[in-house]
Design a protein around this ligand. Structure first.
Ligand SMILES: *Cc1c(COP(=O)(O)O)cnc(C)c1O
Length: 353
């Protein structure tokens, strides 16, 4: 594909790596391309990073037609730069687009956009282990009318933000609250799509949990509020009485690439992973009888995040003495080893630029 490039005349400076945080600093450039029904995607361009202008009636501002992805560019121990399973993000982005009636993008083009952009912004890929250049592709409906109808105009963009190590202060298990009032999505809804609306609807529960001292909520299914689904922006896994369990993908759960990778790593190590329905009663029973050995969230941002405390109603349970479990630590070591190019990649997951 043809990508027009306009370079910035005022390149920025990378902040000190230990001060990066998440999503606050952006690179020098951004990628944009436009879509019109009948014409397809056109005018692919990389331009200096900056504000964009939208018509006040733009679809995204009124009807929430927006999807996004999140992946990282990692600095290898040998100095090179690599992505982790980028084709999985490309495919998921198109599945999200299909759900939201937004136009899909050719898989090869989307991969080329990611690699071209990261190569251009290479100096923004930080060097220390645990840091990365976070990539945020997003796509939104951009018709200039309040009429509610299928999207005729859309915009795709890619921005990037150098991000600090999630575990700068060590891997500390988090406290999670089981949410029994709000639901995130329902089967038939948009749960499996990575769309902004899912986040807008889940903020209230997150805020309530934060007020009580918990970092995220554990969602239950939207129909019966009985089955465990996922944690905030992460999928969730448990080890109960020796069995590794993760909620099966029913349509309301986001199919995480870290989730998929954890399952594949565990299988390669000889463990069986049950993807099945897990009721909150079964989980509470396991906690009360001391059979819940480990619990962890998994997602691109944190890789794995051990859960040390889990609250349900007015009870709080401590898991594995509030310490990271053996399986959680193993997953962290294997995945980060591959992602930061410290170890071999027997799975063929790494995409070196
Ligand atoms: C992105 C996301 C995840 C994790 O997916 P990864 O591909 O592993 O980063 C889990 N749940 C939700 C709701 C998400 O948006």
């Amino acid at each position: 594909m043809e990508i027009k490039i306009v370079k910035t005349t005022t390149p920025g400076e990378m902040p000190a790596e230990e001060k990066l945080g998440f999503g606050k600093v952006f690179t020098d450039h951004m990628f944009i391309m436009d879509y019109e029904a009948g014409k397809g995607w056109y005018d692919a361009r990389i331009v200096p990073f900056g504000r964009i202008s939208l018509h006040p009636a733009s679809t995204v501002l009124h009807y929430g037609a927006e999807i996004f992805e999140g992946l990282k560019a990692y600095r290898r121990a040998d100095g090179g730069v690599q992505l982790f399973r980028p084709m999985e993000n490309v495919k998921r982005m198109n599945r999200s687009a299909e759900r939201m009636s937004l136009p899909e993008i050719d898989e090869k083009d989307l991969l080329e956009i990611l690699t071209t952009f990261v190569k251009m912004e290479e100096k923004w890929v930080p060097k220390s282990f645990g840091t990365s250049l976070y990539l945020r592709p997003f796509l939104f409906g951009n018709d200039e009318t309040l009429g509610v109808h299928a999207v005729h105009r859309a915009t795709f963009m890619l921005i990037a933000s150098p991000s600090g190590s999630y575990y700068a202060e060590g891997i500390n298990p988090v406290g999670i609250m089981i949410e029994s009032e709000d639901v995130r999505t329902v089967r038939g809804g948009t749960g499996y799509a990575k769309c902004g609306g899912n986040y807008a609807a889940s903020t209230r529960a997150g805020e309530r949990a934060a007020k009580k001292g918990y970092s995220q909520v554990l969602w239950l299914d939207g129909v019966e509020r009985k089955y465990v689904e996922e944690v905030g922006a992460m999928n969730v896994m448990f080890k109960i009485d020796g069995e590794i369990v993760t909620p099966k993908l029913t349509g309301s759960i986001l199919p995480g690439i870290t989730r998929k990778s954890c399952i594949e790593v565990l299988q390669s190590l000889g463990y069986t992973v049950s993807e099945r329905l897990l009721s909150v009663d079964e989980l509470v029973d396991a906690m009360e009888s001391g059979r819940l050995e480990e619990a962890w969230g998994c997602g691109t941002a944190a890789v794995v995040s051990p859960i040390g405390r889990l609250a349900y109603g007015d009870k709080e349970y401590v898991i594995n003495d509030g310490k990271i479990g053996e399986i959680t630590q193993k997953l962290y070591d294997v995945l980060t080893g591959i992602q930061w190019g410290k170890t071999d990649d027997p799975f063929g997951w790494v995409y070196t630029l």
